[in-house]
Design a protein around this ligand. Structure first.
Ligand SMILES: [Zn+2]
Length: 241
């Protein structure tokens, strides 16, 4: 991965496999379309029940290569301590101003893992303050025009829109398999990390479930806090019958 100056899309995740699992198909698809996509992981995974920071760094790099992203970096916040603080906001603004993404992907704000919840809030604050001229951090002001929230695997959240990832789905699975420390010999730790049980099957199930909602094989769902504006009602892809 070579040094990059300006991104189209920056996906931000609390942990090293968050973006890959929850938005990997969209990341691959946008890359296929020629957009420059990068990933910012906030923690190194040193507190994870399985694997360690070095192993997880290699895994994250492997997955990034599979997905074709041009840049992946780590903010090195203490694992399990993603907190909405002035210092962490400054660290994130420095990255946003340096990479200049137009669109940010962030975890949906209402979910179980506190690190994910805090990441969503931290992203929102950093994106806002990054646009302020008199905020003296890193390079000059830059405000991404859009934050889109990728969804956890849970019920009850209605996506604002879906991305068809049918053609990218196999590559998404291949990327997730890079995180082998999270899958191998998992039974002994399963009581501590129940969410890792059958993770590939879960990805297949959720992306298939979302896909069925929009009549394609696999899809990822996103929430936009702003309404979606169309130019025409003639090009809507999901037909009523
Ligand atoms: Zn996570």
């Amino acid at each position: 991965m070579k040094e990059i100056t300006e991104l189209d899309i920056l996906a931000i995740g609390a942990h090293r496999d968050d973006c890959d699992i929850m938005a990997g198909g969209t990341i691959i698809k946008m890359n296929d379309m020629g957009y420059k996509v990068g990933i910012l992981d906030l923690t190194q995974g040193e507190m994870g029940t399985r694997g360690n920071a070095e192993i997880r760094e290699k895994e994250a790099f492997c997955s990034a290569c599979c997905m074709g992203v041009v840049h992946r970096e780590n903010l090195s916040l203490p694992d399990t301590r993603v907190e909405v603080t002035f210092e962490n906001r400054i660290k994130m603004i420095e990255v946003i101003r340096r990479l200049k993404p137009k669109v940010i992907l962030a975890p949906y704000w209402d979910q179980k893992h506190p690190d994910h919840v805090h990441t969503a809030e931290l992203v929102k604050e950093a994106v806002f303050y990054s646009g302020l001229k008199k905020y003296d951090v890193g390079e000059g002001p830059h405000r991404p025009r859009k934050i889109l929230y990728y969804l956890p695997f849970s019920y009850g959240i209605t996506p604002s829109f879906f991305m068809d990832i049918s053609e990218q789905f196999e590559r998404k699975l291949a990327a997730i398999k890079c995180f082998y420390s999270q899958f191998v010999d998992i039974q002994a730790d399963l009581h501590l990390t129940p969410y890792l049980d059958g993770i590939l099957e879960k990805v297949e199930y959720y992306n298939g479930y979302f896909g069925r909602a929009v009549k394609v094989k696999y899809a990822e769902g996103f929430v936009s806090t702003e309404p979606i504006l169309l130019d025409s009602i003639m090009d809507m892809k999901v037909h009523t019958f």
